[in-house]
Design a binder for this molecule. Structure first.
Ligand code: PMP
Length: 323
């Protein structure tokens, strides 16, 4: 028999998909880890599960407790599913700039959702800092703290990366991923480098995120902006701290959109915006390395979370973007 134990048992073990149109175009094997097939619909189910089970193991999270988190949406969705399955409550603080689809999903799942103005990290009312303060003020509550809680990257070190290693039989030339908390990128990069120091680890960065300039110059420059959600950062999180980085590639929104529409129309894959950054960077790296290399990236979530935005010509036009 092959039966998984509830929601929790279904997280992970996602397929690795050859992205045919881009592989044929570049002569490289461009492979996407299908994280949108997790039961909560995104790569963040893994981090959410590790964070909750770590808090349980340490005795911080007790029956009937509340998990509080500041999240762009996907972590909140993963946490809420797991809280439902394990008998906890979930309070989500989300910047009001995030898509309606993610807010609606969180409410439908049963999280208490508090949208707050999107202000920079240095502001005390930033959604991440606010979620930490609220957790502290509540009884029997924990702060998931995905940005600086190392249980996040451990999820990818212990599950995502070993799965990719097994699926490719260790034949990987490069690992490319955008970073939000950095958990996915860092956990996998650490695992791959331990297995084979020749695996090139490359950060993919949207415009307006500081990682690209940090890798290239040592300074964080956040000028510019992106319509992608859930990725980009203005600081080095604890999850990113110490992660091996060989290079960084910056991808703009025009290229990210071109990529997700090609994935939809030529590969039949309906993907979110961060996938456009990831696959765009994988394609740029393939061109740099030349044919014959195997490049692995992440298919973080599905386009259905962004239908009113990335797949809405009126919304794109209002942003000055077209296809
Ligand atoms: N893509 C999407 C759509 C996300 O929601 C996130 C998480 N915020 C990421 C990518 C980045 O993942 P991580 O936090 O592991 O860096």
């Amino acid at each position: 028999m092959d039966i998984q134990n509830g929601f929790v048992g279904t997280v992970g073990n996602t397929p690795l998909i050859r992205l045919n149109s881009f592989s044929e175009e570049t002569g490289c094997e461009i492979l996407g880890k299908a994280e949108f097939l997790n039961p909560g619909g995104s790569v963040k189910d893994r981090a959410a599960l590790y964070i909750i089970e770590d808090a349980e193991a340490q005795g911080h999270l007790k029956p009937g407790g509340t998990v509080v988190e500041g999240t762009a949406g996907n972590t909140g969705i993963g946490l809420t599913h797991i809280c439902n399955a394990k008998g906890y409550k979930c309070l989500i603080i989300i910047p009001e700039t995030q898509s309606q689809e993610k807010m609606d999903t969180l409410r439908t799942l049963g999280a208490e959702v508090r949208p707050v103005p999107a202000v920079p990290y240095r502001d005390p009312n930033n959604y991440v800092k606010l979620s930490g303060r609220l957790a502290e003020e509540m009884d029997n509550a924990i702060w998931a703290n995905q940005f600086d809680n190392l249980a996040n990257r451990r999820a990818h070190y212990e599950t995502t990366a070993p799965e990719i290693w097994a699926q490719t039989e260790g034949k990987i030339d490069a690992w490319v991923s955008a970073t939000g908390t950095g958990g996915t990128y860092a956990g996998a990069a650490m695992f791959f480098k331990e297995k084979n120091p020749q695996v090139k680890c490359v950060v993919a960065d949207p415009m307006g995120s500081g990682l690209y300039s940090y890798v290239k110059t040592g300074k964080i420059d956040t000028s510019g902006s992106s319509i992608t959600e859930g990725i980009g950062n203005s600081r080095i999180t604890a999850n990113m701290d110490g992660a091996p980085i060989d290079d960084a590639i910056q991808i703009d929104d025009t290229e990210a959109l071109r990529v997700i529409y090609q994935l939809l129309r030529q590969d039949g894959l309906f993907m979110g915006g961060s996938v456009g950054i990831n696959v765009g960077a994988a394609v740029a790296l393939a061109k740099k390395l030349g044919p014959g290399h195997t490049i692995v990236t992440v298919l973080c979530d599905s386009g259905s979370r962004y239908q009113s935005r990335l797949y809405n010509p009126d919304w794109l036009a209002a942003k000055g973007l077209s296809l």
